[in-house]
Design a protein around this ligand. Structure first.
Ligand code: ATP
Ligand code: MG
Length: 290
């Protein structure tokens, strides 16, 4: 983490100097885009908690909120004395430097919020995303992140310019799905979008699935989980149980890794993080734990 922060804190003049129109260089990092066709399945929750779990494995982790809901930062507590105006400022204001808007959190994850913008600003930002399909790639490349750093990107549900930008840089698309019929039947939609936006990219490892909110007390939830596991096989990186601690952590602006480290949901998320790590290991040199 220190190496990531050191990079981010580098002299702004140097950062400006290295910004260029050159092809974005992202081969030293791994990017996980957290996606879904349906809303409310737990993308932001899983993005935030997986980011913290990945950091526990000694990796530098940057969590980016690419969703106008600007909710990702709520899952993190800022390091005292390093608070930022995360409720307001963020990436949607193109004039702001990501080093100044990012929030160093107590989990060790560096969180980059979307920011609160009015409709006019949001439309201007989205028009920029539309005109520059490589916008996010360039932003990440210009950050010059440490070798082996992992970037976790939270996205809005369904087709959007945000999803397109995230998939343009993703090495892995993590599809979050509930263990219910509506989520299951929506899978082909997100699979089609992933295919469209990652086609012909040699550095795209593939789509994997996280089944969220398994309720062991309900037969239907267990049955649908089983069907999904049978159909998707090894592409399922994990199953996360419905766990009250996960909602409670959010209510206290905390990450479940801090809030209930031995809870069922937290242990499930840690297992998913481990599987994700083994997937992205082929893509980037592992960092040594600090
Ligand atoms: N495993 C879980 N156990 C209990 N509650 C959960 C779990 N995962 C997510 N939740 C709860 O489900 C709700 C929706 O989660 P979240 O906001 O992360 O979904 P989302 O997919 O990001 O939504 P949107 O599509 O609107 O961005 C939240 O109240 C969250 O606390
Ligand atoms: Mg969300």
């Amino acid at each position: 983490m220190q190496s990531l922060l050191a990079k981010l804190a580098q002299d702004e003049q140097h950062a400006t100097a290295v910004k260029s129109e050159a092809v974005p260089q992202l081969s030293n990092i791994s990017v996980i885009a957290v996606v879904s066709a349906k809303g409310g399945v737990g993308k932001s929750t899983m993005a935030a908690n997986l980011a913290a779990a990945l950091h526990k494995h000694g990796r530098s982790v940057l969590a980016i909120d690419l969703d106008p809901q600007n909710a990702l930062h709520h899952h993190f507590e800022a390091i005292p004395g390093q608070e930022r105006d995360a409720a307001n400022v963020g990436i949607a204001d193109p004039d702001l430097d990501w080093r100044s808007i990012g929030v160093p959190s107590t989990t060790g994850v560096f969180v980059v919020p979307y920011g609160a913008v009015d409709e006019k600003q949001r439309r201007a930002f989205e028009s920029q995303l539309d005109n520059q399909p490589q916008w996010l790639a360039r932003q990440l490349s210009d950050l010059q992140l440490a070798d082996g750093a992992i970037v976790v990107i939270d996205t809005p549900p369904g087709p959007s310019l945000y999803l397109q930008q995230a998939l343009a840089v993703a090495n892995v698309a993590l599809v979050v799905s509930l263990s219910d019929a509506a989520s299951f039947t929506a899978l082909p939609l997100i699979e089609g979008l992933i295919k469209t936006h990652t086609a012909e990219r040699a550095d795209f490892i593939g789509a994997v699935y996280l089944i969220n909110q398994l309720d062991s007390s309900r037969q239907l939830s267990k049955d649908i989980t089983q069907i999904m596991q049978a159909q998707l096989g090894e592409q399922v990186v994990g199953v996360v149980h419905r766990d009250q601690s996960i909602c409670e952590a959010l209510a206290y602006n905390r990450n479940v890794m801090d809030y209930d480290p031995n809870g069922r949901g937290c242990l499930d998320i840690q297992r998913c993080a481990k599987t994700l790590l083994s997937l992205v290991a082929v893509n980037a040199q592992a960092e040594q734990p600090a």
